[in-house]
Design a protein around this ligand. Sequence first.
Ligand SMILES: NC(=O)c1ccc[n+]([C@@H]2O[C@H](COP(=O)([O-])OP(=O)(O)OC[C@H]3O[C@@H](n4cnc5c(N)ncnc54)[C@H](OP(=O)(O)O)[C@@H]3O)[C@@H](O)[C@H]2O)c1
Length: 273
Amino acid sequence: MNSLLLNTDGVQIPQLGFGVWQIPSGEAEQAVRTALEAGYRHIDTAAAYGNEEGVGRAVRGCGLPREKVFVTTKLWNADHGRAEEAFDESLARLGLDYVDLFLIHWPVPKQDKYVQAWGALEKIYRDGRARAIGTSNFTVKTLTRLIDETDITPSINQIELHPYLQQREMRAFHEANGILTEAWSPLGQGKGLLNDPALAVLSEKHGRTPAQIVLRWHLQLGSVVIPKSATPSRIAENIKVFDFILDTEDIAAIGALNRSRRIGPDPDTFDMT
Ligand SMILES: NC(=O)c1ccc[n+]([C@@H]2O[C@H](COP(=O)([O-])OP(=O)(O)OC[C@H]3O[C@@H](n4cnc5c(N)ncnc54)[C@H](OP(=O)(O)O)[C@@H]3O)[C@@H](O)[C@H]2O)c1
C-alpha cells in the first residue's frame, strides 16, 4: 500500500482507502472487517453516514494495532457552530480516543460558519485528538478564504472526482497550496462510467476490470482514493491496483473522457442540515 505525506507533521495517509457511505451501521462492521482483511488500512466515514459505531467496532476488534489503521470522519453541516461537541460525539460513537483525519464535510457558504468551524478543528488538531485536519467539497473560493483567515492550511480536500469530472482547476489549486486531493465517488458511483467503451479498451489491454483501470488512473494522478463496495469480491478487486501501470497513452485516453459533470451536489449551493 502506497502512502502520501500530508502537510502536517509527517502524517502519512494510505493512498487507497475504503469508503462506507450508504453502508448501514449494522453492516459496516462486517464490510470494514472484510476490507481490513483484504489489506485496506484507511477507512472513510462521516457523522452523516450513521455508521461510525459499526466502523469503530471493526477497527477496535480487527486485531491490528490502532496506529496501523487510518480513520477519517467528518463534521456535519448542522454542527458548524458546535464542532468540538460534534467531534466528541463522533469519537464516542467510534469508541476511539483520536482520529487520523477530521474534515469539514461541506462548506455550506449560505450558512457562513465554516471559518468558525475551522477554528474548532485547529484546536482539536493542536490537542492531538485529530492527527490531521482538512476539508471536503471546498472550492477555490472557500479554500482561499480559509487559508487567508485562519492559521492552518487544510491538509487535504476531499472532492467528487472521477473520469467524467476531472476537476483540473481544483487539483492545480491544491497542488499550488500543498493540499492533497482526495477523490470521492471515484468510480462514478459504479453507474455509467464503468461501462464506458474507452475503459473497456483499457480493460482488455491490461487484463484488469474497468474499476481497476479507473482506480489506477486516480493513483497515478496522485490523489487519495476511497472506493466503496459492500461486495466482498469487489472490495478485494478494488485494492489490486498496485501491480500495473497505465502508460501516457492510457492516461490521455481517460483524460479525454472528462465531461465536467457532477453526480453529487454543487458545493456552492448544497445546504442540507
Ligand atoms: N465527502 C463527500 O461529500 C462524499 C460524498 C460521496 C462519497 N464520499 C466518500 O467516497 C466514498 C466512495 O464514493 P461512493 O460510495 O459515492 O461511490 P464509488 O466508490 O464511486 O462507487 C460505489 C458504487 O460502485 C459499486 N462498485 C464498487 N466497486 C465496484 C467494482 N469493482 N465494479 C463494479 N461496481 C463497483 C458499488 O457497488 P456495491 O457496493 O454493491 O459493490 C457502489 O454501488 C464513499 O463511500 C464515501 O466514503 C464522500
